[in-house]
Write a protein that binds this ligand. Structure first.
Ligand SMILES: Cc1cc2nc3c(=O)[nH]c(=O)nc-3n(C[C@H](O)[C@H](O)[C@H](O)COP(=O)(O)OP(=O)(O)OC[C@H]3O[C@@H](n4cnc5c(N)ncnc54)[C@H](O)[C@@H]3O)c2cc1C
Length: 181
């Protein structure tokens, strides 16, 4: 996406034509609108086609790419988890267990039970702040860690409702191949 010398002048790829994310996250329209605003601002700021090309690329890289990268990482994580789910002998390592626990037992219940944490998460969710900007705020991190430290029994009401069996349980109940012994 980034170069120091524009190859084409007066051509601006906006929205999906420049960067696409998994529709699952519902960010494509917001990204496209943000990109269009960046283009409008760049076109207003200077009539120089070279500077326009460079500014447009730089701002897209700086303001949109972090969201794209965060969603790419989420996709890669989902692909990894789906692959591991199919391996009955898979045992997650400590790091994977910690990340999962931090998400499931800290961030999720904190966002559902602590209005300050929810408010801190929302700007990034709505692309008004960089992804994970909330992790730069010590007070918010402390509140999330506090939630993590609480015993599960005391925060059970803050977990999302489980909508169905996990994959292994589903295979077992249906008597299908691949169910763990
Ligand atoms: C199944 C699905 C669900 C999605 N759900 C969401 C969601 O919930 N929330 C969200 O934010 N995003 C969602 N997205 C993503 C979102 O739709 C796109 O990111 C967004 O529409 C991109 O806007 P755009 O203007 O860049 O491109 P587009 O909306 O694709 O617009 C491009 C337009 O250019 C036209 N066109 C193409 N070639 C030519 C040509 N040669 N001459 C003239 N016109 C041409 C096309 O017909 C089209 O109308 C979803 C995408 C899919 C596929």
């Amino acid at each position: 996406m980034r170069s120091s010398k524009p190859e084409v002048l007066g051509f601006f790829a906006v929205g999906d034509a420049a960067l696409r994310t998994n529709p699952l996250y519902g960010r494509g329209c917001s990204s496209a609108v943000m990109h269009a605003h960046i283009l409008a601002e760049v076109l207003t700021a200077t009539p120089d086609p070279r500077i326009r090309a460079l500014q447009f690329e730089w701002r897209g890289f700086n303001e949109l790419r972090p969201f794209w990268e965060a969603l790419r990482q989420q996709d890669l994580g989902a692909i990894r988890r789906a692959k591991n789910e199919q391996d009955p002998s898979y045992k997650p390592r400590l790091k994977a267990r910690l990340i999962k626990s931090f998400t499931d037992d800290a961030i999720t219940p904190a966002s559902r039970g602590d209005i300050k944490v929810l408010r801190a998460l929302m700007p990034a969710f709505h692309m008004l702040e960089r992804p994970a900007a909330f992790l730069m705020r010590p007070i918010i991190v402390a509140r999330i860690l506090w939630m993590w430290a609480k015993p599960k029994a005391s925060k059970r009401h803050l977990y999302p409702v489980k909508l169905g069996p996990d994959r292994a349980e589903m295979l077992r109940q249906l008597g299908l191949k691949g169910a763990p012994a």
